[in-house]
Design a protein around this ligand. Structure first.
Ligand code: KIV
Ligand code: ZN
Length: 519
């Protein structure tokens, strides 16, 4: 069976740009139009030429430049609007004039103040007038989903007779529900005489969060054009998001049996461009283009995903222009994912090492919101430094207090190789110095601190700090390293790491508290 084609009519530059705060200048509109053309959008609605000289100019420039996609302009059912469109679209390769007129009772009574007959008369006259300039005319009965069905049918029959080639059914206020909208499309298909001469289109707003669902329900019922915008931007809660419609058709081709001609690999770059030019951020969990759309954090999901991607992924990220899915390392991540990341970083850890890094990782994940690759690298290194220190001293507890005007105090509890616990308290010039003096009291080594550096390893206020110390004793110099979210604690680790190296170098091993190691 031949797969049918769905026409994608993009209105990012018209309805999308209409939303408060999203104004774009001509250059920006041109840039977006080029991206839409790269996406192989069938129709680009470039603007509303009669709305302002700027809108006129941008439709004109887009029409002059874009090839491969049709370019449409919006018009009220007024001759002056249609003429403005005709002028703006003069050089378009394939122009379309899109005329709209309110048909619902609320709009008829309170907005346009016209009777049904007058509405039909205006619609017919405007379509006939537009046909003088262009063969491709779209007509939209605005607020169609709140229009009496019989009147909608009459209006559509009249504009088909007048020469409309696309009949767009707008859910202007995002009022309809999928089942109901599908019934409406079925009704129109079955009752509007001459409807087979035109393409049925839908234009859904997202006031109830149903724009994409309503559009897809309409496609199932026979609509063959969908109007949509990149990232779903548009009036109020926006329009149906193009990327969601296109990917739903692609992913569930088995169900819809309909294809769009969109080159989906450009979806992400187009989404980013629209977001950056309009200043409308894409929510993190937005379908298809949100930062989390291809990110997995839960341990169970990561485990399944690492075994076989389709366990938890229904789309291939490459299909929408995303390089790779992301394993987000956080408190829900499991050992498998951590091992995977360590391998990617070039570390093939033994089971014992992995267990130790995993324990530290879980502690860190409770302290930090986001764990970056550098955090994991730091944990691996920290684990290696701890390994180096295994035969000497390890840090059990650290306490440091500091108050303006008072001498900083530090207490530490170290465990020596023989399992004995040693505690000491000391004061110092600062909290780190106090901790170091307390450590010296236990080890009995009067070390000289030659250098002390602390560097933030990752981003954010909760970043891990890496402390590097250069310590000398008895004409020997060693470097010690420690890391952690708490800089004083990381400083303690670094100092202990250096002392342990000194003790290993001296081959004397740990000494009894307060004694110097032998040569
Ligand atoms: O939402 C709407 O009804 C429109 C029309 C102009 C199609 O944007
Ligand atoms: Zn709209």
């Amino acid at each position: 069976m031949k797969t049918e084609k769905l026409i994608i009519f993009d209105t990012t530059l018209r309805d999308g740009e209409q939303c408060p705060g999203a104004s774009l200048n001509i250059q920006e509109k041109l840039e977006i139009a080029r991206q839409l053309s790269l996406l192989r959008v069938d129709v680009i609605e470039a603007g509303f030429p009669a709305a302002s000289p700027g809108d006129f100019e941008s439709v004109k420039q887009i029409a002059n430049e874009i090839r491969g996609s049709q370019v449409a302009g919006l018009a009220r059912a007024l001759e002056k609007d249609i003429e403005a469109n005709a002028r703006a679209l003069e050089k378009a390769e394939s122009p379309r004039i899109h005329i709209f007129l309110s048909t619902s009772k609320t709009h008829r009574v309170h907005m346009v103040q016209k009777a049904k007959e007058e509405i039909i008369d205006m619609a017919v006259k405007s379509v006939r007038f537009a046909r003088k300039y262009c063969d491709d005319i779209e007509f939209s009965p605005m607020d169609a989903t709140r229009t009496e069905k019989e009147f909608l049918k009459d209006a559509l029959e009249a504009v088909i007779d007048a020469g409309a080639t696309t009949l767009n059914i707008p859910d202007t206020v995002g009022y309809t529900i999928p089942g109901e909208f599908s019934e409406l499309i079925h009704y129109l298909k079955g009752n509007v005489s001459g409807i087979e001469k035109a393409v049925i289109s839908v234009h859904c707003h997202n006031d109830l969060g149903l724009a994409v669902a309503n559009s897809l329900a309409a496609v199932q019922a026979g609509a063959r054009q969908v109007e949509c915008t990149i990232n779903g931007i548009g009036e109020r809660a926006g329009n149906a998001a193009m990327e969601e419609i296109v990917m739903a058709l692609k992913t569930r081709k088995d169900f819809f049996g309909i294809e769009s001609g969109i080159d989906t690999r450009h979806i992400m770059s187009c989404s980013k461009l629209v977001s950056s030019l309009t200043g409308f951020f894409v929510q993190r969990n937005k379908a298809v283009v949100g930062k989390n759309a291809f990110a997995h954090e839960s341990g169970i999901h990561q485990h399944g995903f690492l075994k076989r991607k389709d366990t938890f992924e229904i789309m291939n990220p490459h299909d929408v222009g995303v390089e790779e899915s992301e394993l987000v390392m956080g408190k829900h991540s499991g050992r498998n994912a951590l091992q995977h990341v360590c391998k990617e970083l070039g570390y093939d850890l033994t089971q014992k090492e992995l267990d130790a890094v995993f324990d530290e990782f879980k502690i860190l994940a409770d302290e930090k919101k986001e764990i970056f690759e550098d955090d994991i690298l730091t944990l691996i290194q920290k684990q290696r430094w701890t390994q180096e220190s295994l035969n000497t001293y390890s840090m059990k507890k650290i306490k440091s207090s500091f108050e303006t005007g008072a001498l900083p105090e530090g207490s530490v509890e170290l465990v020596s190789r023989d399992g004995k616990s040693h505690t000491a308290t000391a004061t110092g010039d600062g909290p780190v110095d106090a901790v170091y003096n307390a450590i010296d009291k236990i080890t009995g080594l009067a070390c000289k601190l030659l250098d002390y550096q602390v560097m933030s390893k990752t981003r954010g206020k909760d970043a891990q700090g890496e402390v590097t110390v250069r310590v000398s004793h008895d004409n020997r110099e060693v470097i010690g390293k420690g890391a952690g979210v708490n800089t004083v604690e990381a400083s303690g680790f670094a100092y202990i790491n250096a002392i342990n190296k000194l003790l290993i170098k001296s081959k004397a091993g740990p000494v009894e508290a307060g004694e110097m190691p032998g040569p």
